[in-house]
Design a protein around this ligand. Structure first.
Ligand code: AP5
Length: 219
């Protein structure tokens, strides 16, 4: 089963993808995470991507298309029961490239799950987000605090990080990019009849429940 988790920055794509990875063994393919890893490693395209990401703009299509294409060739992905595209595709050109890639690999998209969230909620979600520096588990100052203050629930680490692009100014730019370049993809996938909507304003657990219900209806 291959799905896209679709929605604006802060909609909950990463949070839900990690839960589905655990519950269903699907592999999360987050272009944002892959780009951040390239930035941290100082690779050629990481250097180019850093500035663009910090401005809240989109990295060129050919860069992310190549990253995804290479990742789909790796053994863990090939042997998994399916993948979750998180943050990809973000433009019509990326969606068309994905269709082509999947067809070549004999794969198909089963659903595009759209997380509907009001723009007003997103700035609060993103500016309150932090992540375990060791295992990557995501938290929120208000909505998902560690059970023991300052200690990661998953791995016990006491170090946390925040993303360089998680400030209010960049979030507003990311939202603008989403509405101008990414939201039109909903119509693209509606034509294919695979769009499923969930209420992204509900609690994290309730959103998980709604997504699981959609996935159950597919299998
Ligand atoms: P990327 O890393 O993909 O960021 P994004 O799309 O902006 O999404 P986020 O990771 O910010 O949000 P999310 O939906 O995963 O929310 P989360 O679950 O963390 O991209 C970053 C940049 O990389 C882009 O700006 C671009 O430059 C570049 N890039 C990436 N992919 C690209 C592509 N394909 N093409 C071109 N450029 C690309 O949740 C947020 C917070 O809210 C968390 O703290 C969480 O705990 C909390 N939360 C989650 N759900 C709920 C809920 N239901 N209720 C209350 N709180 C919640």
């Amino acid at each position: 089963m291959n799905i896209i988790l679709f929605g604006p920055p802060g909609a909950g794509k990463g949070t839900q993808a990690k839960r589905l990875q655990k519950s269903r063994g699907l592999i999360q393919l987050s272009t944002g995470d892959m780009l951040r890893a390239a930035v941290a490693a100082g690779t050629e395209y990481g250097k180019k991507a850093k500035e663009i990401m910090e401005k809240g703009e989109l990295v060129p299509d050919e860069v992310v298309i190549n990253i995804i294409s290479d990742r789909l060739e790796e053994d863990d992905v090939k042997n998994a029961p399916g993948v979750i595209f998180d943050g990809f595709p973000r433009t019509v050109a990326q969606a068309e490239a994905l269709d082509k890639m999947l067809a070549e690999k004999g794969m198909k998209l089963d659903a595009v799950i759209v997380l509907d969230v009001d723009d007003d909620a997103l700035v609060e979600r993103i500016t309150g987000r932090f992540t375990c520096a060791k295992c990557g588990k995501g938290y929120h100052e208000k909505f998902e605090r560690p059970k023991v203050e300052g200690v990661c629930d998953e791995c016990g680490s006491t170090e946390f990080t925040r993303r360089a692009d998680d400030n209010e100014e960049t979030v507003r730019q990311r939202l603008e990019a989403y509405h101008a370049q990414t939201a039109p993809l909903i119509e693209y996938y509606e034509k294919a009849g695979i769009v499923k909507r969930v209420d992204g304003m509900a609690s994290i657990d309730e959103v998980t429940r709604q997504i699981e219900q959609v996935l159950d209806s597919l299998s």
